[in-house]
Design a protein around this ligand. Structure first.
Ligand code: GUN
Length: 300
């Protein structure tokens, strides 16, 4: 079998155009423009790239983008004061504090100071608890993007065996909660899991989010299974020339694609969905804040 390639780039473009349509209606019918505030502390180059990309895409869908760039030595008190100001600002519907934060700042404290209704990352402890108890919440963007693609491909996920590789708070744990919410039988596997290949071989859905390049070979994949690769790893690519690199996922694409029923590529799979879902979450937060119906198909 050769797997269907799930085109995350096209899927994300479709999500963004749906968000843009809703934003246009909010503006025209209600005089409301959704606003997303992104806070970046320090000069981490990868974070700067992400933040620029978020700001650009926010404006492209017609939303207001508020960027706050703070020095790497900003005090916790100053950062908390900014978040308090953003929590109170009615023009701001979503707040994202870019992670990782410099070491002297307590990430948990900072994230939990965001108004949960504006926590478009879904990292606030209230949103984690709401998701875990099956209540309406803000859902972390990357797992939400994975769920959207899985629902689109399969329709119902009910009764499917899902294995999530990785137990991070940002991807693995919320992904497992979302799959459970869609009535999958869910296993969270991690570095201490025994007989990992056999565990993965039982899965109709594999979500790989471990951050280890090409860790999952094709002979771990059940024929016809759906493979969602969250990994983005840069490896040496001497075949492209000396000193060259390339991006690969957490699964070995070629061998997995030969066995799977469907697979997301890297790049161009899950990656583009993360920012698209951030915009969808900002729209959702804006609709909730204004007592308006939530956009269909853009939430969990
Ligand atoms: N850093 C890398 N990914 C993310 C993300 O999804 N949200 C935040 N806040 N920081 C990140």
């Amino acid at each position: 079998m050769t797997a269907t390639v799930i085109d995350g780039k096209a899927f994300a473009a479709n999500v963004r155009s749906q968000v843009a349509e809703h934003v246009a209606v909010l503006k025209a019918d209600h005089g409301i423009t959704p606003g997303l505030a992104v806070v970046l502390v320090g000069e981490d180059p990868a974070s700067q790239v992400y933040v620029r990309s978020k700001g650009k895409q926010t404006v492209e869908v017609g939303m207001n983008s508020f960027e706050h760039k703070l020095d790497a030595d900003t005090s916790e008190a100053d950062l908390l004061a900014l978040i308090d100001q953003l929590n109170k600002d009615p023009a701001v519907h979503g707040i994202l504090v870019q992670l990782p934060l410099p070491g002297h700042l307590n990430s948990d404290l900072v994230i939990n100071s965001i108004d949960p209704a504006k926590d478009v990352d879904g990292f606030h402890i209230s949103n984690v608890g709401l998701l875990g108890t099956g209540q309406k919440s803000m859902v972390p963007c990357t797992p939400l993007g994975c769920l959207m693609m899985l629902r689109d491909h399969h329709g119902s996920l009910s009764g499917m065996n899902a294995v999530v590789l990785g137990r991070s708070n940002i991807v693995g744990k919320p992904m497992a909660q979302l799959l459970l919410g869609d009535s999958c039988t869910v296993t969270i596997a991690h570095s201490r899991t025994k007989d990992l290949p056999d565990v993965v071989r039982g899965a109709d859905i594999v979500v790989a989010a471990v951050g280890r390049p090409q860790m999952v070979p094709g002979d771990w994949i059940k024929p016809g299974a759906t493979v969602i690769d969250v990994g983005i790893n840069r490896i040496d690519a001497p075949e492209k020339g000396e000193g060259k690199t390339r991006l690969v996922g957490d699964v070995d694409y070629d061998s997995c694609a030969a066995v799977a029923g469907a697979i997301t590529p890297v790049p161009g799979g899950v990656g583009p969905m993360t920012i698209a879902c951030l915009l969808a979450n900002t729209l959702t937060a804006c609709c909730r804040a204004n007592g308006l119906a939530e956009p269909e198909g853009l939430t969990a």
